[in-house]
Design a protein around this ligand. Structure first.
Ligand code: CTP
Length: 404
């Protein structure tokens, strides 16, 4: 495989030399792309001698070969080690001010970043936000190791050992298990307009759906993300269709589903919409009588997808955000919904009290169409998404074996 090893300008660059060796020993060809600052720590001859390939750091070297496009396009994996605070910031902002950041913008393969910096820099809200942005786009950012840092300090911020980075890198190279699959993911929450300024909406941030889209793309799938009013940053490398209402979401999902192997309905769809939308802003009346808003039920898109599949092997996945109540627990509500909806899998999570919506972690139980527990997952929304795709893949293996 062709690996691009991006090296950031930090003291841990010396460990990237060892990483280069283990990547080469594992049989991969490695193109090293240091930042100009990284070359102040470890010089070009070291990288060239150990990789056996030319090394450039500047966009103005080898201009005739349009190096960043060529290097990014041909890569099967990009590993960035050390990913300094500055490099994480530039990558999350989409800067292209050196060959490495420009290459990152061109690459569509998986990207693995191994951060290294002082603890305060790692824990600074700016770095935390940059890492969250990169992860939401499908970039795999390792946690730094905890231990001795430069000088006398110690804490989280050490570059993970080369063997650990190698293991993560090899895992990503193996994990293109959704290659050649078409998937559709809906995310966010629909808004049903009452008048030009008001709507009936819900609290879905869209993060779980976005994590499903970005992890599927990282695993090689062609992804259509139908995004309803999402707040979180959208991943790169996926086709995004923006929608507002349940009707628009239904049209977009049904259109994309025609060629899909998998449809995942992670969006929170409004069950009801106003019968009509007022053309002008609804005003208070002089007598203080509240307006009567008549609602009509929206179509159940998930049930429709499950009942009417464009091809028999298609796997349909629903989500159920539940709160327990006097009549049933979260799981009991989930079981009843799994049977009612007819989807192959239903991912059930408890919401309310700071769980599920508007948070970055999730705790779910995956049920099959008969309401039986298939598996559970908890962790970041990306980790949950990976478990959902693992479960979907097991289904696909039964219903529609891999095209490749
Ligand atoms: N869903 C849908 N169309 C709707 C409502 C929901 O496709 N009109 C999908 C959601 O995207 C999700 C699943 O159905 O995948 C469950 O959504 P949820 O709101 O929990 O279910 P409801 O059918 O609304 O059930 P209830 O309100 O009775 O809990």
């Amino acid at each position: 495989m062709r690996i691009v090893l991006g090296v950031g300008g930090g003291i841990a660059a010396y460990k990237a030399v060892l990483l280069l060796r283990v990547l080469r020993e594992a049989g991969h060809s490695v193109r090293v792309v240091p930042t100009p600052t990284a070359l102040r720590f470890i010089g070009r001859p070291t990288w060239e001698a150990l990789s056996g390939e030319p090394v450039t750091a500047d966009l103005f070297d080898d201009v005739d070969q349009v190096a960043h496009v060529e290097i990014g396009r041909r890569a099967d994996l990009v590993v960035v080690a050390p990913a300094t605070a500055d490099l994480l910031a530039r990558a999350s902002a989409g800067r292209a001010d050196d060959l490495l950041t420009a290459t990152l913008l061109v690459a569509t393969c998986p990207v693995l970043m191994a951060p290294a910096m002082h603890t305060q820099m790692w824990q600074h809200p700016a770095t935390v936000a940059n890492v969250a942005t990169l992860r939401s786009r499908g970039v795999h950012v390792l946690e730094p190791a905890d231990g001795r840092l430069t000088g006398t300090d110690s804490g989280p911020g050490r570059l993970p050992e080369p063997e650990e980075i190698l293991t993560a890198a090899l895992g990503l190279l193996r994990a293109r298990d959704l290659a050649d699959r078409d998937v559709v993911v809906s995310a966010g929450g629909t808004r049903e307009p009452l008048d030009p300024v008001r709507f009936l909406g819900n609290r879905s941030s869209g993060r779980q759906g976005i994590a499903l889209a970005s992890t599927a793309a990282a695993r090689g799938a062609r992804v259509t993300l139908v995004a309803a009013n999402v707040e979180a940053p959208l991943p790169s490398g996926v086709e995004v269709v923006r929608v507002e209402t349940a009707d628009e979401l239904r049209a977009a999902v049904l259109a994309a589903a025609v060629r899909a192997d998998v449809v995942v309905m992670a969006a929170a769809v409004a069950d009801f919409r106003p019968t009509s939308t007022a053309a002008a802003k609804i005003k208070k009346t002089p007598d203080g009588a509240p307006p009567v808003i008549e609602l009509v039920q929206n179509p159940d898109i998930l049930a429709e997808l499950a009942a009417d599949r464009p091809h028999p092997g298609q796997v349909v996945v629903g989500f159920a955000a539940e709160t327990g109540d006097g009549s049933a627990t979260v799981l009991e509500h989930g079981r009843a919904k799994a049977v009612r909806k007819g989807a192959d899998l239903l991912v059930v999570n408890a919401v309310g009290d700071g769980r599920g919506f508007e948070v970055t972690t999730n705790d779910v139980t995956v049920l099959d169409g008969a309401g039986r527990v298939v598996t559970g997952a908890s962790g970041t929304k990306e980790q949950v998404a990976d478990v959902v795709w693992d479960t979907v893949l097991a289904r696909l293996a039964q219903t529609s074996p891999s095209p490749s």
